[in-house]
Design a protein around this ligand. Structure first.
Ligand code: ZN
Length: 51
């Protein structure tokens, strides 16, 4: 399971999941939270692959 870390001052990131956010399916980037705010930092904890 992916654990997103969302730094978004206007909402409680702990109450939101990545599913709640609008995600660009092409890039996988989070565009906006359900309230339309822009997250400052989005980090998904994935196992980094090298190579
Ligand atoms: Zn928000």
């Amino acid at each position: 399971m992916v654990s997103p870390e969302l730094s978004e001052p206007e909402c409680d990131p702990g109450a939101l999941t990545l599913d709640d956010f609008a995600v660009d399916e092409r890039t996988g980037r989070v565009e906006a939270c359900p309230q339309g705010h822009r997250p400052l930092v989005v980090e998904t904890k994935r196992q980094a692959r090298r190579g």
